[in-house]
Design a protein around this ligand. Structure first.
Ligand code: HEC
Ligand code: HEC
Ligand code: HEC
Ligand code: HEC
Length: 232
């Protein structure tokens, strides 16, 4: 009988302890503000996009840098190195002697943050994907600049630049896909950015706040572009 009473007493005190604790923490919870988090995101989530926020550490430097006209890249030189728009560019410079690895650190010493490389007399383009360390899995050294044999390979044309906005002064749509192009600043800012696409506002950080990828646009068939003049 004593043993049974003891067990009942133990469980009652445990239960009472639970109620007191629960009540205390419930009251504590009411004291603080909380953020209701919804998992109903309609915008696509792009893991690599964090790169653009990391790169914005250099945004003010990019904004204030003088332009080195003698070593600028153009879209023509940019595409010269690619089989088609979006293809991994070939490596146009000699590799480090005896380099047999996949690249990684060796490549990142110039391609992580860019900058002028004396030995190649050019600015190193910043890689949009420093976390993909097997560089030579996708980038191959360029040994020839012409094809061995004529082919019928059709190089799709790149999107045009400078006429991608609905109205004069409105933010142009992103005319290209954004897979592998999440890190906007790596191509659109800094001394290695092709001059036609160098952005006037690298410091605005959250690019997709204003620029919408073309694929996400709804039909604009009924929308006609108006050019406003002073007498309107
Ligand atoms: C000493 C610095 C340096 C190192 C190390 C280096 N690069 Fe480069 N890389 C450059 C420079 C400078 C350019 C630009 C060349 C030009 O515009 O003529 C370039 C261009 C490139 C390009 C062409 C980019 C484009 O947009 O056309 C690729 C791809 C590339 N490098 C890959 C690599 C890989 C992979 C490695 C490692 C195996 C590597 N690089 C190591 C300095 C370097
Ligand atoms: C999974 C394949 C893959 C790997 C691995 C990879 N790249 Fe790339 N890289 C690409 C593709 C594809 C592009 C072209 C993106 C585009 O134009 O849309 C590119 C573009 C680049 C560019 C040119 C950016 C510009 O200005 O257009 C550089 C520089 C570069 N990569 C360097 C590197 C370095 C350095 C590494 C290793 C740390 C690396 N890549 C690893 C596929 C890869
Ligand atoms: C690998 C390099 C690369 C990356 C990364 C990249 N772009 Fe581009 N972007 C280009 C090129 C090259 C063009 C010129 C059109 C073409 O060739 O597709 C361009 C064109 C554009 C244009 C049109 C400019 C005009 O004047 O019409 C906008 C806007 C743009 N990009 C926004 C973005 C945004 C926003 C991001 C990030 C989500 C981004 N880009 C990431 C290379 C890049
Ligand atoms: C607050 C809105 C806003 C944000 C954020 C923004 N842009 Fe823009 N962007 C614009 C507008 C507006 C224009 C058109 C400018 C004009 O016609 O004078 C533009 C133009 C451009 C162009 C065409 C060339 C130029 O500079 O005029 C590119 C490329 C571009 N933006 C890329 C980017 C990138 C990359 C980012 C992220 C660092 C970004 N934008 C962030 C509003 C924005």
């Amino acid at each position: 009988m004593k043993k049974r009473l003891g067990i009942i007493l133990l469980f009652t005190s445990l239960f009472a302890g639970f109620i007191i604790n629960w009540g205390y923490s419930y009251k504590k919870g009411l004291e603080e503000a909380y953020i209701p988090i919804s998992d109903d995101f309609s915008a696509p989530i792009i893991p690599l996009e964090k790169g653009v926020f990391e790169r914005s550490e250099y945004a003010l430097a990019y904004l204030n840098m003088p332009i080195d006209k003698a070593h600028q890249r153009t879209l023509a030189t940019y595409y010269n190195n690619r089989a088609y728009p979006g293809a991994p560019p070939s490596i146009p410079h000699p590799l480090v002697k005896g380099e047999r690895g996949m690249g990684g650190k060796t490549c990142l010493q110039c391609h992580q943050n860019g900058g002028f490389a004396e030995q190649f007399q050019a600015y190193a383009p910043v890689t949009p994907h420093p976390e993909m360390i097997n560089c030579r899995q996708c980038h191959v050294a360029q040994k020839e600049s012409t094809v061995f044999k004529e082919t019928t390979f059709f190089k799709t044309l790149a999107a045009s630049v400078g006429n991608n906005n609905a109205l004069p002064g409105s933010p142009p749509i992103i005319p290209h896909q954004i897979q592998m192009r999440e890190n906007c600043l790596s191509c659109h800012a800094g001394p290695a950015a092709p001059k036609e696409i160098r952005v006037t506002h690298p410091d605005r950080i959250n690019c997709r706040q204003c620029h919408v990828p073309e694929q996400e646009m709804i039909s604009t068939a009924v929308f006609t572009r108006k050019i406003f003049t002073n007498d309107q």
